[in-house]
Ligand binder design. Structure first.
Ligand code: ADP
Ligand code: MG
Length: 278
């Protein structure tokens, strides 16, 4: 158990060894009902790195995330977690490798913050196995990381959007995986809550987590990501540092707007020509 709440020791065969990336997806394709939704998607993630996947609505970001997380079987391509083919990893083993925070939170009635985080941890356990001291420590660690101390007994349906999103992240952290994949975690949030979630994600990167953040706000991506991957029409078409990749030309081509990204030391903005296209 490390101070960051991860416990890679329990999956020694899959622990990152430095040479192999935490995640490597190559040429991933997904066909649904005869339509090719994902045509060719690549992604590489190292420990201590936050990669943002950006792209217009319908570009295939969520489909790609579900595919590389092992939640949807790709029609083609390869996905490897610490060198191991995702199609050979199931259940608890997969849960220990990556936590997936979905775009829309399920908020069942009567569930408290504490219960939700414990459910995240139960991904670690065999059926009917009870929590060990290490499990309780992981739950407490995830609660503290997501700054939810003192809120453990609140029902999920009484939380603000930002609080609920932090619970979702804590549920993922309690799994003890070294990678967190979050699909548009800030899409419904106001500025303050967005900043709080962004700060939480950066803290995790600082502690060597690998994070994949799917986000449509380019200014936010530029401020928080070490690297961005641009998706358009079912393909990953570019990757690199945000300011290099999100050029005026790229934004014009992919989003069809005239806009310029300004980014400097955690501050960023997007100057958009909102009305110039008539
Ligand atoms: P993004 O997350 O970038 O907005 P998605 O991955 O959700 O994009 O969707 C990409 C495209 O695939 C969209 O056109 C969407 O309508 C379509 N799509 C996604 N899931 C399904 C599905 N289960 N059945 C049919 N079409 C789907
Ligand atoms: Mg999506």
């Amino acid at each position: 158990m490390t101070g960051s709440g991860r416990d890679l020791g329990s999956v020694p065969d899959l622990a990152p060894n430095g040479a192999t990336p935490l995640l490597e997806a190559q040429g991933v394709r997904v066909t649904i009902g005869g339509t090719e939704i994902l045509r060719h998607a690549d992604l590489r993630l190292e420990a201590g790195e936050l990669v943002a996947i950006v792209g217009p609505n319908g570009a295939g970001k969520s489909t790609f995330a579900r595919a590389f997380c092992g939640l949807r079987k790709p029609t083609g391509g390869t996905v490897r977690w610490s060198g191991v083919d995702v199609s050979t990893i199931r259940g608890r083993r997969l849960a220990r490798l990556r936590a997936f925070v979905p775009q829309r939170a399920q908020v069942p009635n009567g569930v408290t913050v504490k219960d939700a985080i414990a459910i995240g941890r139960s991904a670690h356990l065999k059926p009917l196995q009870s929590f060990s001291a290490a499990d309780r420590e992981a739950i407490a660690g995830a609660t503290a990381r997501a700054r939810l101390d003192g809120m453990e007994d609140r029902q999920l349906n009484t939380l603000s959007g930002g609080e609920l999103q932090r619970v979702q992240i804590a549920v993922g952290l309690a799994q003890g995986a070294p990678v967190l994949v979050a699909d548009e975690p800030t899409a419904q949030l106001d500025l303050g809550a967005t900043a709080a979630v962004s700060e939480l994600l950066r803290d995790l990167v600082h502690d060597d987590y690998g994070i994949v953040l799917i986000v449509h706000d380019l200014a936010l991506a530029a401020a928080v990501a070490d690297r961005v991957v641009v998706m358009s029409d079912g393909r990953t078409i570019a990757t690199g540092p945000p300011v290099e990749v999100l050029s005026k030309e790229m934004i014009g081509e992919v989003w069809n707007v005239e806009a310029e990204l300004i980014s400097h030391e955690g501050r960023s903005g997007l100057h958009v020509e909102w009305l110039g296209r008539t």
